[in-house]
Design a protein around this ligand. Structure first.
Ligand code: GUN
Ligand code: FE
Length: 449
């Protein structure tokens, strides 16, 4: 197949590349084999050949093709609770709202109903890859794998490991460290042996966060990470409470603790990470782990803003997450907007009674180009997967943005706006209604083109 259209992507942090009227050729497995810009000598001939053989797919004039979004942190079972219970502290929210909801996924009919709705909505919002926390249940976690494969979404799925009776309720935890480890292995084996899975879905070792795990569970999962080389995900230094809990229990930061248990690998994704010390950032950089920045959830639960610019300056790889349902939106476009707004608030400071020079953290701001990079190529880089860019060897995971869609929320003016303006407007004003098609691995999974 050859897709003809105007492609926008962000290969580097802080710059965007727009390929007007380019051709992107993909092979039978949905991998990009060639990107031909309009000015290329072979362009016209390639286009004619593709059209003749019926392999040409033309994006409508005035539309833009972007890499699909990578949601680097999302709790699949919390979707039914989106937009609820946002006014209580994290530790209360977990015990009173979230654990009771997640426990219901023991019922596979309940799980199927809500997981199907979630994956469909995420795809409609342009999320082509998601790094999921499922629940403590192995069977329901397998079901989430099945549903991602059924709907064709690229996904990384973790059975949540949580066995600490002091922090997890009896009705919702692994009965022992052993159970948490065997359950994790069972999901890894299930994904590896799945006949329908040709590299679309990956398993993830998922200690929920240090407070919910005993030492033997953390040790066992670290050992498993070493053996299998799988991705690892967890929450790191999210809120005052979570950060302080780990300092009290181990006398070390979250990042140091995870590292001592062997859970800080090149394929580790640390959600939130708001309270990282300089030393933590250096450690994360040295291990090659990455951070899932969840700006909206941080506003509700973390009592903090992630110091994004400081982390990037230390060489830490960062992507963006919705953290459903800590963040009340499935839209990675909204996550980008919130990342920008949060960076401005960090820069400006929140206390107007202080003299201006003492208010904020200078140099914290980002703009749409950085947010867009984090939501696409940045997330792909953290996951070590060839996604988020239009480059040979990368999966063709993409969205078609129609700026003029009647159901959308943006306006682009042909007498005023350049292509770069349009991309800026997409980040600041577009919504699900502007997405006319979604491709994952070269397959059109939503829309009609
Ligand atoms: N820390 C432990 N579990 C959770 C969760 O489900 N959401 C968030 N935001 N933080 C957590
Ligand atoms: Fe989370």
């Amino acid at each position: 197949k050859t897709i003809a259209g105007t492609f926008c992507h962000a290969p580097e942090l802080g710059s965007i590349e727009i390929l007007r009227d380019a051709l992107v050729e993909i092979d039978g497995r949905g991998t990009i084999v060639a990107v031909t810009p309009a000015g290329d000598p072979g362009h016209a001939a390639k286009r004619a050949r593709a059209a003749e053989s019926g392999a040409l797919v033309e994006a409508p004039a005035e539309s833009y093709i972007l890499p699909g979004f990578v949601d680097l942190h999302i709790h699949a079972p919390q979707y039914p609770q989106l937009g609820k219970a946002l006014d209580v502290p994290l530790e209360v929210w977990l015990q009173q709202h979230t654990f009771p909801l997640e426990a219901r996924y023991a019922d596979l009919a309940f799980a199927r109903r809500h997981y199907e709705a979630l994956v469909e909505d995420l795809i409609a919002n342009g999320t082509t890859t998601a790094l999921y926390f499922a629940t403590q249940h192995v069977e329901a976690s397998k079901l989430l794998v099945d549903i991602c494969l059924e709907q064709g979404q690229r996904a990384l799925v973790g059975k949540v490991a949580m066995d600490n009776p002091a922090e997890c309720p009896d009705y919702y935890r692994d009965a022992s460290a052993e159970e948490g480890i065997t359950g994790t292995k069972a999901l890894i084996d299930y994904v590896a042996a799945h006949p329908e899975n040709h590299g679309l879905v990956h398993p993830v070792i998922t200690p929920r966060f240090v407070p919910s795990c005993t030492d033997p569970l953390l040790e066992g999962l670290g050992e498993l990470a070493r053996q299998c080389g799988c991705h690892v995900q967890t929450h790191c230094s999210e809120s005052d409470w979570a950060h302080g809990y780990v300092l009290d229990r181990f006398g070390r930061t979250d990042a140091e603790t995870l590292d001592r248990f062997g859970l800080m690998t090149r394929r580790t994704v640390l959600a939130h990470s708001n309270f990282l010390t300089d030393g933590d950032m250096e450690l994360i950089h040295a291990r090659g782990a990455g951070v899932a920045h969840c700006p909206l959830s941080n506003a509700y639960f973390a009592n903090a803003v992630f110091p994004l610019r400081a982390a990037l300056a230390k060489g830490v790889r960062v992507g963006l997450g919705t953290d459903i349902s800590g963040g009340p939106t499935a839209s990675m476009i909204e996550a980008q907007r919130m990342a920008i707004a949060a960076s401005r608030m960090l820069e400006t400071g929140v206390d107007p009674t202080l003299p201006q020079a003492e208010r904020g953290r200078p140099g914290s701001r980002i703009d749409f180009d950085v947010a867009f990079h984090l939501a696409t190529a940045g997330g792909g880089d953290v996951l070590d997967l060839p996604i988020g860019l239009f480059r040979p060897g990368f999966h063709f995971d993409a969205i078609l943005v129609d700026p003029h869609a009647p159901g959308g929320t943006m306006r682009v003016w042909d007498d005023i706006d350049s292509d770069a303006d349009a991309l800026q407007k997409i980040v600041y004003t577009a919504s699900k209604g502007n997405l006319a098609a979604v491709w994952i691995g070269g397959r059109e999974v939503a829309g009609t083109l």
